[in-house]
Design a protein. Sequence first.
Length: 361
Amino acid sequence: MTEQQFIPLKYSNAIESGRYTWSSPSNIALVKYWGKRGNQIPENPSVSFTLDACKTTTTLSFSSKEDHSNFDFEVYLDGQLKEDFKPKIETFFKRIETYLPFLKTFHFKIETVNTFPHSSGIASSASGMSALALCLMSIEKELNPSLAEIEFTQKASFLARLGSGSACRSLEGDLVVWGEHNEITNSSNLFGMKYPFEVHENFKNYHDTILLVDKGEKQVSSTVGHNLMHNHPLAQERFKQAHENLSKLINVFKEGDLKSFIEIVESEALTLHAMMMTSMPYFILMKPNTLEIINRIWAYRKETGSHVCFTLDAGANVHVLYPEPEAEQVYDFIANDLVAYCQNGHYICDRIGFGAKQLPI
Ligand code: DP6
């Protein structure tokens, strides 16, 4: 697939106005995307668990307008007009305009609601951008009803990527790969695809409890962090390692090898943060309580033989991952030992999910 293939031919239908609603989840990367070039092209492949409870629901209302010279939209979060969301969406629209030529012909009202609190330190860009991309694709589908389902999903992922890289992994579940990898046929830098190989029972219904260590705005955005991978002295080795870790995970998923899973996932999380600490300028997103939690998890695992492990995204919050049969014990451990390290004792119980859904209007 090339970018060119996402430019639509002439639409067969015309529409005046309408409304679509999609709900799309967040995702947590196991092999991390960190470093990009050109038009949101990842420097290495990544794989993620799609989440279930952490999601964004977006309603996109549209009506045709006379003047086609500008994008025209307003954005609401939880019913409140959000002027500060506009620049990010304007950038998104500019990036995708070639692929959705109708964008300047409508006025849009974007109404969005997150299941997780806005100030939780959980990035809403993956769920938010994927939900918006899906709403836009519903319009395209109405303009071109012959669009097949696979084309619809692939293009929605392609568009979501242009909004925020990790968003392209939120459309489907329960495992999604994004980025070219030599052992995964049809894997692409342009969109996410469902992980195509066998996955052992051990990885079904995996849990992710998100410990909210720091709910503040992070000091360095992902976009800035990605850019610091250009000229990073360790970058090439890191990109190579991501390919290798994804190769290893193929067998781990097949065999249900929880021990190796833990090793790869925790190493990926710490490598991500090591890249931040060795960037120029260097920065640290972990907080003292992030490290306390990691140490507690290691001690608990040593004591009990549990298969609980952690991962981190670009922030201080800790994602605690554990298999379904151990859910009760690990949950007790979290409630008794880890909650003390969360800001205001806040955490979110989530688990693997199956992707975005269109909701009736
Ligand atoms: C650490 O997708 O937020 O969560 O493409 O600039 O929007 P942009 O970045 P973003 O980066 C996410 C980075 C990560 C790892 C991951 O999700 O793979």
